[in-house]
Design a protein around this ligand. Structure first.
Ligand code: ASP
Ligand code: MG
Length: 402
């Protein structure tokens, strides 16, 4: 007998039929003698629909009220799922974030979990209940409802698994697991049997839409046994675990992120402290900067270019322009016409020439690279958006996953 946390995403509970399907799977696990805690997301596009509803009334609503609204999506799915399990004749209870003592900070819309008081869940498990918990939501020190950021139910599930010392945390979604690339872009992408926490973290942050990146961060920190599998079939899925337990592949996957904007500060003085000035301004305004490139100085001047999420573009340009006098640059150029394509793999560290192979694939396809950034386990390039899907395919082909 084991303690298993299962998380079902919005598409897995999108309608009555799927809710019943999920209920059956949960009951199967329970019938095998396991204690089961289930975390669910809002049904289908509910969260997007709620955001639209809010915008119709007030596009500038406070984040507190947005969280109050968005948290309702998960409350619908936990109660419906509990009803489905009741129909099958098994003991079940649904609980919201505050009922399980999911304590978060007060960063409405993107809260981080502080701690989980697992007492209520334990009590319910002791009475042999299947426990259904609302993902994505918590409560702050003012007793206000908070949410964990889009896709945050994964993080709820991993946090609960960590707090309860669960034997396994299974993330059920509408794909079979983690692939070498998004199968919708690369038809011959291959499913991975296993992947390390670090590789998964990179892939999640670089645009592979499989797991919320904070959930992977947390799984690594608390050593949670994590697997990604499909709610629609019984295939094995992908296990996420320690690096020494996975087969070392030089390149594990290719990811694409279309949510990038590039900003160039042109003709800024070439002297010590300029990069510090620019990026401390952005840090103060909580703007995350990704790839940074600085040109060679000429006539005492240089350019600094960097990327941010598209959503932060306007604000970044505004901040820079507000400080034009003190930064003393000539002009700001910006564009959202870019994508970031990355390769990830923990074996890269010890294998020279990996980046070169990626660049060669792009050269063969006549795709120009605008920026490059590397770390021990990834190489990212910035290219024109219109080439992004083709780039993912040619790189994927080059590394011969299939
Ligand atoms: N329902 C939330 C969202 O759509 C949380 C989640 O799906 O994990 O972002
Ligand atoms: Mg969702």
């Amino acid at each position: 007998m084991a303690l298993i946390v299962q998380k079902f995403g919005g598409s897995s509970v999108a309608n009555a039929e799927r809710v019943m399907n999920v209920a059956n799977r949960i009951v199967d696990t329970y019938k095998q003698g396991n204690s089961v805690v289930v975390v669910v997301s809002a049904q289908g596009d509910t969260t997007d629909d709620l955001i639209e509803k809010a915008k119709e009334i007030n596009p500038n609503a406070s984040k507190r009220e947005m969280d109050m609204l968005l948290s309702t999506g998960e409350q619908i799915s936990i109660s419906l799922l509990a009803m489905a399990i009741q129909k099958l004749g098994y003991p079940v209870v649904s609980l919201t974030g505050w009922q399980i003592g999911m304590k978060t900070d007060s960063h409405y819309g993107n809260s981080r979990i502080h701690k989980i008081d697992g007492e209520r869940i334990k009590k319910e498990l002791d009475s042999n209940h299947i426990v259904i918990v609302a993902g994505f939501q918590g409560i702050n020190k003012y007793d206000d409802i908070t949410t964990l950021g889009r896709g945050g139910s994964d993080t709820s599930a991993v946090a609960i698994a960590a707090a309860l010392h669960a034997d396994m945390c299974e993330i059920y979604t509408d794909v079979d697991g983690v692939y070498t690339a998004d199968p919708r872009i690369v038809p011959n992408a291959k499913k991975l049997d296993s992947i390390s926490y670090d590789e998964m973290l990179e892939l999640a942050s670089l645009g592979a839409n499989v797991l919320h990146n904070r959930s992977v961060e947390m799984a690594k920190k608390y050593n949670v046994n994590l697997s990604v599998r499909s709610s629609l079939n019984r295939n094995e899925g992908t296990v996420v675990k320690e690096v020494n337990k996975v087969e070392k592949m030089i390149v594990r996957g290719v990811a694409r992120d279309n949510d990038v904007a590039r900003i160039s500060i042109c003709n800024i003085e070439d002297k010590p402290g300029m990069a510090f000035k620019v990026f401390s301004l952005l840090a103060k305004n909580k703007i995350n900067v990704d790839i940074i490139l600085q040109s060679i100085g000429r006539d005492g001047m240089k350019d600094i270019s960097f990327t941010v999420n598209e959503g932060n573009l306007e604000k970044t340009v505004e901040i820079l322009n507000e400080n034009k006098d003190s930064l003393n640059f000539e002009e700001i150029k910006s564009s959202t016409d870019y994508s970031k394509v990355s390769i990830v793999g923990s074996g890269m560290v010890n294998n020279p020439g990996v980046a070169c192979t990626m660049f060669e694939a792009l050269y063969d396809a006549d795709i120009n690279i605008h920026m490059i950034s590397t770390s021990e386990i990834k190489v990212s390039v910035l290219i024109n958006k219109k080439n992004a899907d083709r780039a993912v395919n040619v790189i994927h082909d080059k590394f011969n996953f299939a």
